[in-house]
Design a protein around this ligand. Structure first.
Ligand SMILES: Nc1ncnc2c1ncn2[C@@H]1O[C@H](COP(=O)(O)OP(=O)(O)OP(=O)(O)O)[C@@H](O)[C@H]1O
Ligand SMILES: [Mg+2]
Length: 341
């Protein structure tokens, strides 16, 4: 299998590890997905890298791939497709005077037109972070549109794979209440793969054990620590600012604050106390801010790649809830200390 290029901070690396995920995509390529697979996971866990690798795998399996990344840094990366779709894309773009503002519709149209103009094609539609781009209020609508493409195709096709990645906690609530989509969680990297990435970084580094305890295997956090010269404080401050944790802490009711203090020690507190309105409102806020993730059974089906361990108190992983990374938890802990009333 060819491995695509990825980046850790300013370093170009190869897509690393994720062996289970790679096998899962190969299986999907054989079967097709038949429904929309929405892949949700902590910010920076590697969803985009995974989708890019999936694109290469699917192409090697004979798929015509259209890939949308509305938040891509370079305009040229917003819409990508296999060369077999060049003519189709050209025709569809004529219908959209401002394609970038409607890039998700463009991709759906490309897939539909490919079905009509190619003979029983295998089609893959990969969409990265579209909910952030189209707005979470439209998430349902777009997933439904993708499902329509699968169920009511404009022409016959051989197989279809539809993968949508999202790091927005609320998409799960919105899209998950329908049966249109299959939800899969992708967690941070397992220790072995993470250690490989760590091994690629040049210069003096803290020991892997320490980096693991801060990042919990999150490759983006690894890159941030590296760029910050391994000054954990800087990365923590970055999280506090980016997530507006001070105003979060200041706005909590005394009841919510109590639950949060306990959740910093054990995220499953939230689950145990869900009967209490304070725990429920706090849960909503933490999910919305992408600080915690609700976790379900680790039986393999609901996951892309390997699930996290059943419980890992050191990393902030409980049975029912987990902090996205230990850095997130620590940023919250410190803010609570600073704002203490
Ligand atoms: N398996 C991997 N091998 C090599 N690099 C990886 C891998 N997974 C992720 N990365 C790198 O780690 C960083 C974070 O990954 P990525 O952007 O894919 O995460 P994400 O889940 O899409 O994040 P976000 O939630 O912000 O969209 C990127 O720099 C990416 O290139
Ligand atoms: Mg991404």
């Amino acid at each position: 299998m060819r491995r695509v290029r990825a980046r850790i901070a300013d370093l170009e690396v190869e897509f690393t590890d994720r062996e289970v995920a790679v096998r899962q995509v190969e299986e999907l390529a054989e079967r097709g997905t038949w429904v929309v697979h929405v892949i949700y996971g902590p910010e920076g866990c590697g969803k985009t890298a995974f989708l890019r690798q999936s694109s290469a795998i699917l192409e090697d399996h004979g798929y015509h791939v259209v890939y949308v990344d509305p938040l891509a840094e370079r305009l040229g990366e917003v819409l990508q497709y296999t060369s077999s779709l060049r003519g189709v894309v050209k025709d569809v773009l004529k219908l959209f005077p401002e394609p970038y503002s409607r890039i998700v519709d463009v991709a759906i149209n490309v897939a539909g037109k490919a079905m009509r103009s190619l003979s029983r094609p295998k089609i893959a539609v990969l969409m990265d972070d579209i909910f952030q781009a189209v707005g979470v209020d439209k998430a349902e609508q777009y997933v439904k549109a993708l499902l329509n493409l699968i169920e009511w195709p404009p022409a016959d096709y051989d197989k279809i794979v539809v993968l949508v990645a999202s790091s927005e906690g609320v998409t799960r609530e919105r899209v998950g209440r329908h049966r249109w989509a299959t939800f899969r969680i992708m967690w941070n990297m397992p220790r072995g793969g993470f250690a490989q990435l760590y091994g690629l970084l040049p210069g003096e580094r803290p020991p892997i054990d320490e980096v693991w305890r801060w990042t919990g295997g999150n490759p983006k956090a690894l890159g941030e620590l590296y760029v910050a010269g391994w000054r954990v404080e800087d990365v923590l401050n970055g999280i506090v600012r980016a997530k507006g944790l001070r105003s979060l802490a200041a706005s909590l009711t005394a009841g919510e604050e109590g639950v949060l203090r306990e959740a910093v020690e054990d995220p499953d507190t939230i689950f145990r106390r869900l009967r209490e309105p304070e725990a429920r409102s706090l849960e909503k806020k933490l999910v919305e801010l992408n600080l915690i993730v609700e976790i379900w059974d680790r039986d393999g089906h609901g996951w892309i790649d390997v699930p996290p361990p059943e419980r890992d108190p050191e990393l902030g992983i409980g049975r029912y809830y987990a902090w996205q990374t230990p850095l997130h938890r620590e940023a919250v802990r410190r803010t609570l200390g600073a704002v203490g009333r």
